[in-house]
Design a protein around this ligand. Structure first.
Ligand code: ADP
Length: 477
């Protein structure tokens, strides 16, 4: 077969191996070998020749021949050469395949890595923008003492310039005092607490900026633990409440001014109405209008008392007496003091063999219980019964004040113990400031207790008061 015919056949049959002579015309064996490799780079070509000179052997290999066999040939030699050539080609193809797969995987994983890095960078940028726009200061530090992140608000609140907050040592250079103005112990600083692994909320301190300006700052701290459980990162979020506190103080001052100024004319009205009432009685005239004025003045005085009490509890905290007192007796005496109508409507359920002794402040608790009972009467129908039920569970004494009145919606129930909150159902029934339950919560919480409500709108409410019970010391010996 000529070289050209061999080429055409190779194109058609796609052989596994080609054996060729060298001396052919017009296309010789070497040319054939080159052109075959243009069709299939891996096609093994074995040159068979009568010329055993080194030069033509070298040229054959340079042209891409796989083997070079010199005639006369043994059958076995040819078979071995063919097998060997095919095996090498297969191995080369496999290797190529493997290489391609590996390469593909590498490319894929590098694309994924890049995507991952891009997503991370995007998230970091979003987080930084978010933290940068927060009004709260955020500081993240690690256990080696480096500040990894401090947002713009953190620097502003603490009085740092942009570049100056790289370490905890720099952060600790800010003077921090407690609310009484005493320097705060190093270990009690918010960042040090978070680094110790404490989780805390609303630690209020005074920060003194390098300029000498004092700011009231409220901090919340948390930490992230490493695998071994040590603290890896400490996070402190804080806000500047200086302005808020100033406004609160201003409000309290107005309130005490107003309540003080209103009290005197009210006492004067009460005094005059008392006189008018007596004169009307002497003249045999009906005194009910005068009594109505008296009742309204008493209500207004009650509101002023609540305002004063709420303001003083907020500004000075709740200073409490803590003496053992029997809650059952306290409830009975409060009901007694509420007048005949109340006594008729309120029943007290208690087990006389159980001591309902709590450690508490008598006059404050009387106000709390009085408020709950007055509300129960106020927010139910004229003659509807009200039940005060005492029970003791574990270390707590519980007082339930149950009415069958107008009830409270779930949304209102969540807010009732907040300052000035009144349910929408309240205003058309009875006047009030929405401070009674707020004051009750402050007092009860200061005594280590709690207060809550469950209610069904239109059916009634149960206010539950829990106080830690007091057990008398066991007699020794
Ligand atoms: P005030 O009664 O002076 O408005 P309180 O703080 O004592 O203030 O009560 C807050 C609000 O809670 C009331 O305005 C009323 O809407 C609601 N509330 C309190 N007690 C009851 C009750 N027993 N039943 C229905 N609503 C009540």
């Amino acid at each position: 077969m000529s070289g050209e015919a061999g080429l055409a056949e190779a194109r058609r049959a796609l052989p596994d191996v080609v054996l060729t002579d060298l001396q052919m015309r017009p296309v010789g064996g070497l040319e054939l070998c080159r052109r075959l490799h243009e069709i299939d780079h891996d096609l093994p070509v074995i040159v068979i020749t009568g010329a055993s000179d080194l030069r033509s052997a070298l040229e054959s290999f340079r042209a891409g021949a796989q083997d070079y066999l010199v005639k006369p040939l043994q059958y076995d030699t040819v078979v071995r050469s063919v097998e060997h050539a095919i095996a090498r080609r297969d191995a080369k193809r496999e290797q190529g395949e493997l290489y391609r797969t590996l390469n593909e995987r590498l490319v894929l994983s590098s694309i994924r890595e890049q995507e991952h890095a891009e997503a991370e960078a995007r998230q970091r940028a979003q987080l930084n923008t978010l933290l940068g726009n927060l009004d709260e200061g955020v500081v993240i530090a690690d256990s080696s003492g480096r500040v990894l992140m401090a947002n713009a608000a953190a620097r502003t609140i603490l009085g740092f310039r942009d570049e100056d907050l790289g370490t905890i040592a720099a952060l600790n250079a800010v003077e921090v005092h407690d609310l009484e103005g005493r320097p705060l112990a190093h270990a009690e600083r918010p960042i040090m607490r978070a680094l110790r692994g404490e989780h805390f909320v609303d630690q209020e301190v005074l920060c003194i900026r390098p300029s000498g300006e004092r700011r009231r700052v409220v901090s919340t701290g948390a930490c992230v633990n490493a695998d071994r459980g040590d603290v890896a990162l400490a996070i402190v979020v804080f806000r500047d409440v200086t302005e808020l506190k100033r406004l609160e103080q201003q409000r309290d001052e107005y309130v005490s001014l107003i309540t003080h100024d209103l009290r005197s004319p009210l006492s004067a009205i009460l005094l005059s109405v008392g006189g008018i009432k007596r004169s009307m009685e002497q003249m045999g005239m009906p005194v009910r209008p005068a009594e109505r004025v008296e009742r309204n003045v008493a209500r207004m005085t009650g509101m002023l008392d609540e305002l004063t009490e709420a303001t003083s509890l907020e500004s000075h905290g709740v200073a409490l007496q803590r003496l053992p007192l029997d809650l059952q007796k306290l409830v009975a005496s409060v009901v007694d003091g509420m007048g005949d109508a109340a006594v008729r409507r309120i029943t007290i359920d208690a087990d006389d063999t159980v001591p309902y002794v709590v450690l508490g402040d008598r006059s404050r608790l009387e106000r709390v219980v009085g408020n709950l009972l007055a509300n129960a009467l106020k927010y139910s129908a004229e003659e509807a019964p009200v039940n005060a039920r005492l029970s003791r569970t574990g270390n707590e004494v519980e007082l339930d004040v149950i009415d069958r009145g107008i009830g409270i919606s779930p949304d209102d129930a969540k807010m009732l113990f907040h300052r000035y909150y009144r349910a929408s159902t309240a205003s058309d029934r009875a006047s009030g400031l929405g401070l009674g339950l707020y004051i009750a919560r402050l007092i009860v919480e200061a005594q280590g207790g709690r207060i809550d409500v469950s209610s069904v709108l239109g059916q009634g409410s149960t206010f539950r008061l829990f106080l830690p019970s007091h057990s008398p010391p066991k007699p020794s010996g």
